[in-house]
Design a binder for this molecule. Structure first.
Ligand code: TYD
Ligand code: MG
Length: 474
């Protein structure tokens, strides 16, 4: 690796060292004695280490005597963002002394989310919004469009710069409690050595900003673009440095559901202070992003009468809430010699596994078919409890027999054809019942395990054969 040269300033009178040039030495009070001295970065690091241990040997602390970082969350004021950031019911949101990275493709809404957070965060201190992407005028225009009130704007300081030195100077004078940086890719510093705009520059500057918030009891939000071409230079390279990584995703707008056309999902890829199961669901509208808390019917298609063949309603868990999603399947004779699976919302490996189990245990020939699978509303389904609904959708598509419109389904399908119990089964049944589904197909164990009174309309099946029998009355 190339050794980097860094400059420090040394007082020619008493030998005091400073990172910046000073007119008067604070030690010996002489004027104009600081001289620039070049040192290698290793030397500088060694000195920093020495400084830390000057007072004695490095000390360990017994774990039990360490103060837990409790009660130091700031609510972002945006329900769905707080949900993804994690925390308990009383206090969820941004952890103090932490750094959150928000990644996503350009135009997905990262800057909008940042500005909305600046306006609605529950904090009394100052908020610094650093933008290397937009001018102050553009930000003001967006703030007006979002309907941010004047008194909310008062506490937000704007700095349009990507220069780390400038940002650090402002940080030290403004002392904000919340720092929002848009984006990591626009940060640069002469101290980072290499050419500006490189990954090294981005990493160096981000690291410095993360260190600043950790030392000053503040919190940091940092955005980074993901582009199809530049995966390597994007947010991935920063993931290890921050405490929380959130990715913004959008559906592909081909679903044809008007309400979900502008639906955006915020998923945690890493979270030191919470679960990574929760997703935040937003829509982008005239006034920016709005949280969708009532997601019950979001991913269902409104239909009159009977369902078309190939459609099944799955009750899936997304974090702690149940969402009902319409799964659509289509099977057509394979065009090639091999059957293919076209599915991006449900893992195609899962589709292959479920179809193999159907073929084996029901004698339903699928291996000569091309399988197309989709989820309404463009939501990506990763939960294992969706397998039984997927199996029913494939069965219905292949046989042309529609499923009952009032049926919701949850269950895991094993390779042996058995239906396994799923987490939080009763909450799924309850949500489906509230949304007007009068029957529910689930695993057999679920009924006996439930300590409440037997749920009406519950079809419990121990394997796929009895499940199909129960649904179609065959
Ligand atoms: P933006 O937040 O700038 O995305 P990013 O920072 O991730 O690149 O903008 C997202 C898109 O949303 C942009 O195309 C404009 C649109 N938008 C709205 O539809 N409504 C609004 O109120 C705002 C502010 C933006
Ligand atoms: Mg932006």
């Amino acid at each position: 690796m190339k050794k980097q040269k860094v400059s420090i300033y040394k007082c020619s009178s008493c030998g005091r060292e400073e990172a910046k040039w000073l007119g008067r030495c604070p030690e010996c009070e002489e004027w104009n004695t600081f001289i620039e001295t070049a040192v290698s970065s290793e030397m500088l690091n060694a000195r920093k280490r020495q400084d830390k241990t000057k007072s004695g040997l490095p000390q360990t602390v017994p774990l039990h005597s360490v103060d837990p970082m409790q009660g130091s969350r700031i609510s972002s004021g945006i329900g769905e963002l707080d949900r993804v950031l994690g925390g308990s019911n009383e206090a969820c949101g941004i952890m103090k002394n932490s750094a959150v990275l928000i990644g996503g493709e350009p135009g997905i809404g990262k800057s909008t989310l940042l500005l909305q957070t600046a306006a609605s965060a529950f904090t009394k201190g100052r908020i610094l919004y650093v933008s290397g992407e937009e001018s102050a005028g553009q930000l003001r225009l967006r703030a007006d469009r979002l309907g941010i009130s004047k008194d909310k704007m008062e506490r937000i300081e704007i700095l349009c710069s990507g220069n780390l030195n400038e940002i650090e100077t402002v940080l030290n004078s403004v002392k904000p409690v919340l720092v929002l940086v848009d984006s990591a890719q626009t940060l640069f510093s002469e101290d980072a050595g290499s050419v500006s705009g490189t990954v090294n520059q981005m990493k160096f500057c981000s690291y410095e900003l993360i260190s600043w918030v950790k030392e000053h009891d503040a919190a940091l939000f940092l955005t980074a673009h993901v582009t199809k071409e530049g995966v390597i230079s994007g947010p991935k390279t920063l993931e290890h440095m921050v405490d929380t990584v959130l990715y913004f995703e959008q559906n592909d707008k081909t679903s044809g559901l008007s309400e979900t056309d502008d639906c955006r999902f915020l998923r945690a890829a890493k979270n030191r202070f919470g679960s990574v199961d929760e997703i935040g669901i937003f829509t982008m509208g005239e006034k920016g992003l709005s949280s969708i808390e009532d997601t019950g019917r979001m991913f269902l298609v409104r239909r009159e009468g009977v369902l078309p063949p190939g459609v099944a309603t799955a009750a899936v868990l997304e974090g702690t809430r149940t969402i009902l999603v319409e799964i659509q399947a289509l099977t057509i004779p394979a065009k090639g010699t091999m059957s293919r699976v076209f599915s991006d919302k449900i893992d195609s490996g899962r589709v292959s596994r479920v179809s193999a189990a159907l073929e084996k245990h029901l004698g339903l020939r699928l291996s000569d078919q091309d399988l197309y699978v989709n989820a309404a509303g463009g939501i990506r389904i990763t939960e294992v409890g969706s397998e039984l609904a997927l199996a029913c959708a494939l069965y219905s598509a292949r046989t042309g027999l529609p499923l009952p419109a009032d049926l919701a389904i949850a269950g895991e399908l094993s390779l042996t054809g058995e239906i396994r119990p799923v987490r939080r089964f009763s909450s799924r049944v309850k949500t489906a019942a509230n949304l007007g589904f009068s029957s529910f197909l689930g695993p057999f164990a679920a009924e006996t395990a439930s300590d409440e009174q037997p749920v009406s309309g519950l079809l419990a099946a121990k394997d796929i054969k009895t499940a199909i029998k129960a649904v179609y009355g065959l």
